[in-house]
Structures are given as structure tokens and as C-alpha cells.
Design a protein. Structure first.
Length: 77
């Protein structure tokens, strides 16, 4: 583990992720144009994204099929 990961407790990391998700969703809802999830050069890997996305979907009890249906119905992708 990196020193950055070790410096924060699980609870602190969870709180940061929850805050970031709420802020991102609020910003996207307030805009007409899309907002990229990450800035250029963020170096988020596919594994990083899939691990985090899977945990988020599990936490809110949303199945992958339901996500696909929501995207189709809402026109948001």
C-alpha cells in the first residue's frame, strides 16, 4: 500500500468517496453539457474504475442490468 492509502482510515476514504460522488452528481445535474469523471492525466486505470464502480453499485443495491435500463430510459450515459 502507498503511504497515502495508509495515512487515511477506511472510514475517511469512504467519507471522501461519498462526498465526491454527491458533489459530482450535483454538478452534472446542474449542467447541460457532460462533465468528465476525471481530469486529463488522472491515471485512473480500468481496474481502479471497475473496482470502485462495483462497490458503489453494490452499496446502493443496483444491479448492472438496472444501470443499463436507467441509462436507456434517462438518455444519460
Amino acid at each position: 500500500m502507498s503511504s497515502q492509502v495508509e495515512a487515511l482510515s477506511d472510514n475517511e476514504i469512504q467519507a471522501l468517496l461519498a462526498r465526491a460522488v454527491r458533489l459530482y452528481a450535483e454538478r452534472v445535474a446542474a449542467r447541460d453539457e457532460p462533465l468528465a469523471a476525471f481530469p486529463d492525466g488522472a491515471q485512473i486505470t480500468a481496474t481502479d474504475a471497475v473496482v470502485t464502480t462495483t462497490a458503489i453499485l453494490k452499496a446502493v443495491n443496483v444491479q448492472l442490468f438496472e444501470l443499463g435500463m436507467w441509462q436507456a430510459w434517462s438518455g444519460k450515459q
